[in-house]
Design a binder for this molecule. Sequence first.
Ligand code: ZN
Length: 116
Amino acid sequence: MHEVSIALGMAEELMRIARDNQARKITHIKLKIGKMSGIVTDSLIFAFDAIKSDYPLLSSALISIEEVPLVFKCSQCGENFEEDNLSFSSCPECKSYSLKLVSGEEQHIENVEVEV
Ligand SMILES: [Zn+2]
């Protein structure tokens, strides 16, 4: 499962953050995951819960995920719009197909709460 390796990578990064902040433990982790990232958020939470007992600093951490919608910007008229489905779409204003993906590919740790 792809999400396990992501969870492991995240755990390593969280351990670094904990060390840098001289934290005794991490209490809450907030992630931003874009719809285009290909990550199944439920699987990621499941994978994270499965591995966190191996990391004492993380063992009681809660995880919450903010899903970032797909946002496109039209290169013709500058319109920003959200798109739910992944199939190729056109600008709702001018029908141009010249679109740039603005957000939706995120995959990062947004915020970490620690106890020092
Ligand atoms: Zn447009």
